[in-house]
Write a protein of this length. Structure first.
Length: 250
C-alpha cells in the first residue's frame, strides 16, 4: 500500500516507473512469506508501533513524506529484520527466499536515497525542516516503542505476547527476567553479524540526505536517540549483500 502510494503521488515520471516495480516487488514478498507462514508457521498481528508508523506514512500530506516513511524508515526496518532472520534461521528455504527478498529491499532503500537526496538539496529551507521534523517524528515512534521495554519485546505488543504463549514461556516470568538482567547490567548488544535497523541503517540513511538539521539534532538528543552517521553497513547492504556473509551466500 505504501509503495503504491508513492507510485501515484510522486510527480517525476522515472520515479513513478521505479515505484511501480517496487510495488510489484512488495506484492511478491507478501505472497512468498504468506505461503511460507501457511506451510510451517503461525501468523501474528502487526506490532502497534509499526502500524502507527505505516498509518502516519499513508496519511502524510506530501509524497516526499510518504517516501521518507516508506523508503527510508520502513525499508530500513525491513532490511535489518531480514538480515537478522537470514543470519539466524536454520531453515534452508527461509534462508534462500529471504536472500532474494533482501536483494529487492536493498534496491528500495537505494531508490529513496537517489531520489530524495537531490530533492532535499534543492528544497526551500522551511520545507526541508518540515521533512526533517517528519523523519524525527517517525523515528521517535519506533524509538519510544523500543525504549518502553528496553527492546521490541514489550507487554504493549499483543503479537509478542502471543509468541511467548505459543512458545510455552510464562509472560510474567519472561518480563521479570528481562528486568533482572537489566538491573544486573547485562547488555542487549546484538550477536555478531546481526544489525541494528535504527543505528546501522535508518539514522545513517536520514543523515545522508541531510535530514538531521541544526534544529532537529537536539530533538534526537533529548529523546535519547543516538545519531549514527556511519554508512558502512548501509552501503554494504545497498550492494545487495547481507553483512559479512556475501561470499558464503554466493
Ligand atoms: Fe521494500
Amino acid at each position: 500500500m505504501t509503495a503504491a502510494c508513492v507510485t501515484h503521488s510522486v510527480p517525476d515520471a522515472g520515479a513513478k516507473l521505479y515505484a511501480a516495480t517496487q510495488t510489484m516487488d512488495e506484492a511478491r514478498h507478501v505472497e512468498v512469506y504468506a505461503k511460507y507462514c501457511d506451510k510451517i508457521a503461525m501468523t501474528y498481528p502487526m506490532s502497534p508501533w509499526l502500524k502507527a508508523l505505516i498509518d502516519a506514512t499513508l496519511k502524510s500530506d506530501r509524497h516526499e513524506k510518504v517516501m521518507i516513511g516508506m523508503n527510508m524508515i520502513v525499508e530500513s526496518l525491513a532490511l535489518g529484520a531480514f538480515n537478522n532472520m537470514y543470519r539466524t534461521t536454520t531453515c534452508p528455504l527461509l534462508k534462500k527466499l529471504t536472500f532474494n527478498v533482501m536483494r529487492d529491499e536493498s534496491r528500495h532503500v537505494s531508490f529513496g536515497h537517489i531520489y530524495l537526496g537531490p530533492v532535499f538539496a534543492k528544497m526551500h529551507k522551511d520545507d526541508r525542516e518540515e521533512m526533517a521534523q517528519f523523519a524525527f517524528d517517525a523515528v521517535n515512534v519506533l524509538a519510544s516503542a523500543q525504549m518502553q521495554g528496553g527492546s521490541l519485546a514489550s507487554r504493549a505488543d499483543p503479537g509478542f505476547l502471543m509468541v511467548l504463549d505459543n512458545s510455552g514461556i510464562d509472560r510474567d516470568d519472561f518480563f521479570k527476567g528481562m528486568e533482572e538482567a537489566e538491573a544486573d547490567g547485562i547488555s542487549q548488544a546484538l550477536p555478531p553479524g546481526q544489525i541494528h535497523a535504527l543505528d546501522d541503517l535508518m539514522m545513517p540513511a536520514i543523515a545522508r540526505v541531510g535530514l538531521i538539521t541544526e534544529r532537529t539534532r537536539p530533538l534526537y538528543e533529548e529523546a535519547g536517540i543516538p545519531i549514527s552517521e556511519d554508512l558502512r553497513v548501509l552501503e554494504a547492504m545497498e550492494g545487495g549483500h547481507p553483512v559479512e556473509d556475501s561470499a558464503a551466500a554466493e
